[in-house]
Design a protein around this ligand. Sequence first.
Ligand code: NAP
Length: 236
Amino acid sequence: MTKIALITGANKGIGHEIARLLAGQGVTAIVGARDEERGRAAAERLGQPYVRLDVTDEESVAAAAKWVDDAYGRLDILVNNAGISGGHTAVTPSATTTALVREVYETNVFGVVTVTNAMLPLLRRSESGRIVNMSSELGSLSMALDPESPFWSANLLPYNSSKAALNMVTVAYAKELADTPIKVNAACPGYCATDLNAHSGPRTAEQGAAIAVRLATLDADGPTGAYLDDSGVVRW
Ligand code: NAP
């Protein structure tokens, strides 16, 4: 049976590559995007369906869940990919506004909870539901505290703390769903050249997408509640 996947923020960047790679494996990769024109254009490029979805807008998320239900009756893979940086130029924590932190959390944390809760009834109908949350090494408390880590100096309060929170969100869902076939994992794509960081990363979006695709297509004996990159387990 053809697997059905929904990827949020799939009109560009890593999300677009996740959709492309999943479609290449025969998965129906629904392109979730907030902007109808750009979302439809991306879906057309990929030959995949489009659904409008703004992760910060509960109504649009509920409408997207209804659309998936009407079209397919279930969901096998949810990739919570949509994310924002809150600005990639470093601002000290003390100069960061609460409004910016709130804005970043609305997408990177609360948006994931909104989308996951809306899609869970559909994922429960799958024989092998998979949820992949796009995290970052910048969400690792261990690396943030390790002066030897390449991520030590990137002290970006809104983004880093949002991804640390997302890691706990991942663990919380994995624990609730431990007795079901649904696996919930956090993926680290590595530092990839995308609009998120003004294309400063050394990796490609396709390289970044690979770990998400692997976690989206895990076998029944694969991990849940894990934080992984291409090389394996990432320190929380
Ligand atoms: P990107 O090119 O900026 O793409 C971000 C995507 O998220 C876009 O499609 C964007 O849509 C979408 N988005 C943002 N807010 C949204 C909302 N409210 N509702 C729906 N979609 C929304 O960034 P990327 O690098 O591919 O990032 C993808 C994910 O990987 C993010 O979660 C990011 O934190 C994570 N990540 C990236 C890197 C990296 O080095 N690039 C490293 C670690 C983790 P619009 O086009 O409409 O803005």
